[in-house]
Design a protein around this ligand. Structure first.
Ligand code: ATP
Length: 284
């Protein structure tokens, strides 16, 4: 038997880092939503007690470091599953980009294996399992739009943002999330939170207000280390995107665009600057 799952990318509409906790994690508050740029997972039963991962993407680990592998191992251990699984990952989400590609693959593996092995695990339980794999995995289990708190695993579902086009552009650099948080600690400048304002804009269905409210406290840190992120933001703004921000710890920059007529101009303008550009919709 075989099952398929889509693993969409997430973007942050806000990212507030509140403080560093005793356990070393940062307490965050952020609005996350999903876009229709997705990896696709094909999961096939294996009679042997083994987990095999393959992918056309040559640049991700295929062993126990792969988050989909870790999801399969966790479910097998916790539910005493004797069968094995072969997981093929068709990667479309740029890697180490701030789009939670690995976390979404892990969440899709949890959902898919629940079906493949007929385990009847509840969504809440899948989210709890997901938190063991990574802070963004619980959100990716159900997607939609949510405010995430704690280290990202405490979710409050909210309504979807007003529909618009999302242009994603990733400069050709890989950014480590741990490294960005490390630099954030050293940089003590005053920062403003944006989650409450973003939530309000979403509740009002006010697109322009949403664009004005967005904020990401990690942005300055990544921009200081990688000036190409600022250049990309400036370029997207010049080309006419309504709201522009970096997602997660970066380096992907996204632009929200309300008018379809502007989208191709922005896409073509960015392609002169960086190769990894995608035009997508929010998943609402
Ligand atoms: P986040 O926004 O959650 O910090 P990210 O989008 O910045 O994540 P990922 O694409 O999830 O980053 O990749 C981060 C690292 O995780 C990569 O360097 C890669 O080696 C590893 N990794 C493990 N499993 C996967 C996977 N299934 N897909 C992509 N990367 C994976």
């Amino acid at each position: 038997m075989k099952v398929y799952e889509k693993a969409p990318a997430k973007i942050n509409l806000s990212l507030d880092v509140l403080y560093k906790r005793e356990d070393g994690y940062h307490e965050v508050e952020m609005v996350m939503t999903m876009v229709d740029l997705a990896d696709r997972l094909e999961m096939s039963e294996l009679p042997r007690d083994t987990i095999i991962i393959s992918s056309q993407a040559g640049y991700i680990p295929l062993d126990e470091k792969n988050l989909a592998f870790q999801a399969a191992r966790l479910i097998k251990d916790r539910y005493d599953v004797k069968q094995g699984v072969y997981i093929h990952l068709d990667k479309k989400i740029p890697v180490a980009a701030g789009l939670a590609g690995g976390s979404s693959d892990a969440a899709a593996a949890l959902r898919g294996l629940n079906r493949l092995w007929k385990l009847n695990i509840s969504t809440e339980e899948l989210e709890t399992l997901g938190a063991e794999l990574g802070s963004d995995v619980p959100f990716c289990v159900t997607g939609g739009t949510a405010i995430a708190r704690g280290r990202g695993e405490k979710l409050e579902r909210i309504g979807n943002p007003p529909q618009c086009w999302v242009v994603l552009a990733k400069p050709p650099i890989n950014v480590s999330t741990a490294d960005v948080y490390g630099r954030f600690n050293a940089n003590k400048q005053e920062r403003r939170t944006s989650t409450a304002q973003v939530r309000e804009a979403i509740e009002l269905g006010d697109f322009q207000r949403l664009c004005r409210s967005m904020g990401n406290m990690l942005e300055d840190v990544t921009v200081d280390a990688y000036p190409e992120v600022r250049q990309l933001k400036d370029c997207m703004r010049r080309l006419g995107a309504d709201g522009v921000m970096m997602s997660g710890s970066g380096p992907t920059v996204f632009g929200l665009v309300s008018k379809e007529s502007k989208v191709s101009r922005i896409y073509n303008g960015l392609r002169g600057f960086c190769k990894d550009v995608h035009v997508v919709r929010m998943l609402t």
